[in-house]
Structures are given as structure tokens and as C-alpha cells.
Design a protein around this ligand. Sequence first.
Ligand code: N01
Length: 533
Amino acid sequence: MADPSLDVLIVGAGFGGMYMLIKARSLGLKALAIESAPSVGGTWYHNRYPGARVDIQSLEYSFSFDEALQQEWRWTERYASQPELLRYANHVADRFALRDSIRLETRLAGATWDEDERRWVATSDEGERWSARFLVMASGPLSAPNTPNFEGLDHFAGTTHHTADWPHEAVDFGGQRVGVIGTGSSGVQAIPEIARQARSLTVFQRTAAYAVPSHNGPLDAAWEARVKADYAGFRARNRLMRTGFGCELPPHMVSALAVSPEERESRFEERWAYGGFALLGTFYDIMLDLRANEFAAEFVRAKIRATVHNAQTARRLSPTQPIGCKRLCVDSGGYYETFNRSNVQLVDLNEAPLERITPRGVFADGREHELDVLVLATGFDAVTGTLMRTKLQGRDGLSIQEKWRPGALNYLGLAVAGFPNMFNIAGAGSTSAFTSVIQSIEHHVNWICECIAWLDTQRLTTIEATVHAEADWMAHVQAMAEQTVFLSCNSWYMGANVPGKPRLFMPLTGGFPAYVERCAQVATNGYEGFRVS
Ligand code: N01
């Protein structure tokens, strides 16, 4: 017999799930979070490969909802490492006494909408059952590892690790011949660390990455004190930014096409010296106009040529797609310098495709590269992957797999027509992928909780996005993407990294403030675009 007393079942106990639990409790709702891992922390529990760290500054990539929390937590570095982020997640769980409402090592097997009861009935893979008025999917946009179907992978006689599912015991690369496939954010972070330890490292690259320096180091105490003197104001200024972060160095509202080559260069240099995503804000049109974008792209290519000694390697490491079209990689380990090491070699899979994995290594470039360890830094079945691997059934038996066959249909990034009382955190159709995701999580959870409180006040039991509102929202997401350079490359933003996945641009590019305003309008207008009963 399902427990009838749950108001909210939350799937996931990363930052999204934990904040949802905190807010749901504050409304007096009976909530439970289930988490498949043996720990809270979500992405920061699983992605513990060497070099893993956040690509947004720690003072901005953290919760803002509680003044005491943000004052008392001390980040040690400008960009926090994975172990520190995991400690922070655990601190949040303890500080807000969440653990008794989190069921660890519990995986959602499926959930079905019961129309008669107007509740979700969910089961775990161990056969536990819950019934809940609301189902909140906080399972994370980057939580389903993508393992390409390489011929022979199962027969590799050495050890294989995926960056997104890294072992919890230390991996010793000392004396080992290591291969890394993949040069996105995870590969760019892991490669320098592995190169320092391994006997040899072979990097198999399909698409060259733009990596910008983070200039990471100990967190500047004076900067921390200044931010903490008015943390609420700092957060508020960040919420006005298109990305929800970076208020101390906002985008320069001048076109890259409108300045002299000397000014362009010196402005790029300033941002390069500052580090991180700031480079993309050197001119306002870098992500809007391919000509402006090319100036920024060429600036980074020149840095690659100046760094990498071997001209052919530098050429292979130089990306050709627009910069920022795939997520920019923020480098703390000296990514390009790594290719000057004598124990590192680069294999360009465009010149020499990866044919198969053999028991002894990788067959590419017309020969076998012998390896002891193979690291797959091949990313995620992003945004939809985790839900698509779950048995979710909405109204009239509609499965999420059927619903999302054409792509991740949604309204406001928060709801899906045909799936009443189900909400998504940091899902497709929201701006979360382009923001400091914790700020997006806070916004989504606040919106969801206000919605639940409103339903309760109105004595309503169900809320569901209409097909019409969903279609309009999808058209809006596509129209916004068309105004940018984001459609000019194959990225996980559009599902292009997973063979067979529908190509539909998933995140909203319109900027965080406009998105927040639209969500607020919907609520103010009595949840327009939703059917309530
Ligand atoms: O994954 P990716 P990621 N054969 O998809 C290659 C966040 N993140 O884990 O580009 C050969 O970016 C693939 O090649 P291509 C961040 O949002 C953040 O690195 O598809 N190669 C690519 O090079 C990020 O964007 C941090 O041609 C194959 C790589 O594998 C997101 O997670 C750190 C292949 C995958 O790159 C994903 O990053 C890490 C194949 N069959 C992650 N299939 C921070 O800094 C894939 N590849 C916070």
C-alpha cells in the first residue's frame, strides 16, 4: 500500500533536490527526496575525476537563500574543487537537518500519474512505493553519462573509467599508459592532471576545445570581505545579468565590429587576464554575430599557437566552430601547455577516425595505441537523459519516452503537458545551462513552491501545462536560439553528441532576467498557459 501522506516526492539530492526539500518543508509540506547515490551532492558526488572543479567563481556558485549560510561558509579557492563542493553540499544537508528526509541509495524505477486519486504513484527499484501530490524531478541536466557504442569497448583488457562515474578510491596513473577520449570540459580538466602522473597519455580528440584560463588560486580575502559586506546586493546585481553571474565584469555593450583591431585586442587581453567566461562578454555581440565571434575565436587560436610548441599539434588543437557554441572550457590545469610534454600525444580523430577498441588499446590513426587505462570523458546524454531512462507515465498512460520522441517538449522549462503536478528543476526550456545553475535552481524551486502554495490557497489539486502553451514556449526557445551563434555547431545543448537523439535546441538563450520575468508574469496572471482544477 502506497504511503498516502506525502505532498512532494523529490527525485535527486543534489543542490536542486536539497533546496526543494528546504522550501517544501518551510511551507509545511511533507516531502521526501530519493537519491540513487550513497551521498547528497549530485553531480559533485559522481564527477570526482582528477581536476574536477566548478567553472563559475565559488562566491557566485553557491546558495543565496540564507544569509547566515552564505556568510559562514568559507571557500578556499576562487573556483572550488569537487571535494570542497561536496563538503559544501554535505554542510547544507547538515545545517538544514535534511538527512532524515533524504533516502539515499534509492533509485526511482518509475512513477505513474493516478488520475482518480490525482497523485503520482512512484516505485523504487527495490520495490518501495510512495504516493505524492507533486513529483519534482531534481535529477540534474548532466547526470546520465554518455558512453559511446565503441566497437570492442567491453573487450578492453585494461581499466576503463568514465569521468562522470569516477571510482571513489584513488586512481593511480603512475607508470600507466593512459588514453583519454573526449576534450570537453571534463577532458580539459582531467588531461593536465593525468599527464602529470601517467607514463604516457594519448588524447583522442574529435572536436578541439576552446579553453580559457581560470587563473584559479586561493580566494582573495579582501574580495571575499567586500562581497560578504553586501552579499545580498551582490546576488541581486548578479540576478540582473543575462547569466545570473559576473556582475563585477559585465559584458561590454559595444560591438566587436565597431572598434579598431588594437582596441579589440587589448580588450580581449584584459578579459583573458581576468579569466573564465568573462572573455565571451568582451563585446556584447560575440554570441550573436558570427563575425564578432570569429574575432574572439581567433584571439584564442593565437593563444594556442603561442603556447603549443609543435605547429601541427597547435593546428589540431585549434577549434574551428564558433567560440562558446559548445560550452567554453575553463582551464585551471594548463590544458594547452600539457601538449608540450614529452609523454603526451594528440590523435585527431578527424584525420584518423577511431575504428575500434581492442583488448590492448585503441585502434585509430591506422594503428593500435596500447593502453593500460582508458578514460572516457565523453560527456552526458544531457538534459533529457535521466528522465528518458526512467519509466514516467503521465495522463492516459503517456510515457515520457513517447512524449519526448521529437525532443524535450516543455513549458517554461518547468512543466510538461500531459504530466500534471510534475515539475522539473534545471530542465530543458529554462536558462539554467547558461547561468550559475544554483541561482537557477533557487528560482525554479521558489517558483514551484509559490505555485503549490497558490494551488492550496485556491483549494485546487492539479496543475498541468497546456499543449498550446508548450508549443508556444518551444517556438520561443527556438526563435531565441536562432538569434545567436548556438545553432552553428554540434553541442549537447541540441542533443548532437548522442547518436539518434532528436536535434532540438534545449536551453533558453534569452537571458536569466527576462526568463524570470516571464515566469513571474505567468504566476501573476493566474498561471496562464496551465490548466488547473
Ligand atoms: O562533455 P562534452 P563534458 N568519439 O559533451 C567527445 C559540464 N561540466 O563531460 O565535441 C569521440 O562537453 C566529444 O566530442 P564532440 C559543462 O556544462 C562542467 O566534457 O562531440 N569523441 C567531446 O569532446 C559541460 O559542457 C565542468 O565532437 C567523442 C567530449 O567527448 C558539460 O558538463 C566540468 C565521442 C564530451 O564533451 C559536459 O562536459 C565538466 C565519440 N563517439 C563538465 N562522443 C566544470 O568546469 C563524445 N566524444 C564545472
